[in-house]
Every structure is written in structure tokens, then in C-alpha cells.
Write a protein that binds this ligand. Structure first.
Ligand code: ZN
Length: 82
């Protein structure tokens, strides 16, 4: 198991935040996020999104699990919520 495997679940520990629900934030989603968030992700290197609760978070070792906000969240509604 790699070190990151331990952290494969949603940082919010939402009920459906299993490792297979954690997707990379791809270019297409990235371009729809607020500019400040985009640059933060670019500086960090990459981000992930929990497809269950919508949480977008940084995934590098240094910043792991730092929460940025939500995209299409069941709670916050469609689009970006922070
Ligand atoms: Zn989640």
C-alpha cells in the first residue's frame, strides 16, 4: 500500500466518500472553477473531487486533503460553493 492509499477516502468522511468515488479534477472541470481556485490547484499540482459530496480538495502530500470548496454538491447545489 502506498502512503496515499491511506488517504484515499473523502477528507470530509462523507458517507459515500469511498476511494473509488475520488476523481481527478480534469482540465474541463478546472476551467469552470473560480480563478482563485484554479490558480491554487495549479500551484499545488493537482486536485481531486469526491463525486459523492462534491468536495474539491488538494491531493499533493504537502497539502493533502486541504478543502477548497464544492462543485455540484448535493447540499450546496449546482456549480461552485465554498
Ligand atoms: Zn465526500
Amino acid at each position: 500500500m502506498s502512503a496515499n492509499a491511506r488517504y484515499g477516502v473523502c477528507p470530509d468522511k462523507c458517507s459515500g466518500g469511498k476511494p473509488d468515488r475520488q476523481m481527478d479534477v480534469h482540465e474541463m472541470l478546472l476551467s469552470r472553477l473560480p480563478e482563485s481556485i484554479q490558480s491554487e490547484i495549479k500551484i499545488s499540482g493537482s486536485a481531486k473531487r469526491c463525486t459523492y459530496c462534491g468536495l474539491v480538495y488538494l491531493r499533493t502530500t504537502k497539502d493533502f486533503g486541504r478543502r477548497l470548496g464544492f462543485w455540484d454538491s448535493g447540499i450546496g447545489g449546482p456549480g461552485w460553493t465554498s
